[in-house]
Design a protein around this ligand. Structure first.
Ligand SMILES: CC(C)(COP(=O)(O)OP(=O)(O)OC[C@H]1O[C@@H](n2cnc3c(N)ncnc32)[C@H](O)[C@@H]1OP(=O)(O)O)[C@@H](O)C(=O)NCCC(=O)NCCS
Length: 172
């Protein structure tokens, strides 16, 4: 999927009636964009962005909010921070939602959207300092984020249904 064919528009400027029959195949993510995202937006709990393809119309969406991540010693070392500093929290941007049109799964659209998210996050970070882009990946989707160069946080519990993962924004 070519990034140049995609545009991103804030939910604030988007008419939800134009979603038409968009579905990503996950009921809770489909419900979120139709019924909940606007309220999250108004209350400044998350910002949602609609992804539009020049030929196919709405092909996905993602939501972002501020967050932070307490770094373990190994992560402090990997990020070249003071490894002895316990309780160090990295300012972060949390990717709270990501959904791609079911019709287009497996065509590198999700990974292209992650590139767009990463570029937006890096721009934001230049203004407001966020070191990491983080995500709570549902376990069967963690492989997708691995492909997009996210790392697993070290304190993930094995029995969790989600894996916390991060991408370093420093050199983006
Ligand atoms: C998860 C999702 C965003 C992936 O988008 P996509 O456009 O299908 O993914 P891409 O085609 O960009 O895949 C990029 C790479 O990740 C791999 N990948 C995709 N989904 C994967 C998964 N669930 N597990 C492991 N690898 C996966 C692809 O095989 C591809 O690998 P390659 O580069 O070696 O070919 C999409 O399937 C989706 O919207 N699912 C429903 C909603 C959802 O589950 N959101 C995420 C919640 S955490």
């Amino acid at each position: 999927m070519d990034k140049s064919q995609l545009g991103v528009i804030s939910l604030k400027n988007f008419d939800l009636n134009s979603l038409n029959n968009f579905t990503c195949g996950d009921k809770s993510l489909d419900r979120f964009i139709r019924d909940e995202a606007t309220s999250f937006e108004k209350n400044l709990f998350s910002s949602t962005w609609i992804v539009i393809h020049e030929n196919y119309g709405v092909v996905g969406y993602f939501s972002l909010c501020n967050s932070s991540l307490e770094l373990q010693e190994q992560e402090r070392m990997v990020l070249d921070l003071d490894a002895s500093k316990n309780k160090l929290r990295a300012p972060s941007i949390l990717l709270t939602k990501l959904a791609v049109s079911k019709k287009l799964h497996g065509k590198n659209l999700g990974s292209t959207i992650i590139k767009i998210v990463t570029e937006m996050a890096a721009k934001y970070s230049a203004l407001m300092s966020a070191r990491l882009l983080i995500v709570d990946a549902v376990n069967d989707k963690a492989g997708f984020y691995e492909k997009c160069n996210f790392e697993y946080c070290v304190n993930n519990k094995k029995d969790n249904k989600t894996a916390k993962m991060y991408l370093d924004l420093l050199h983006i």
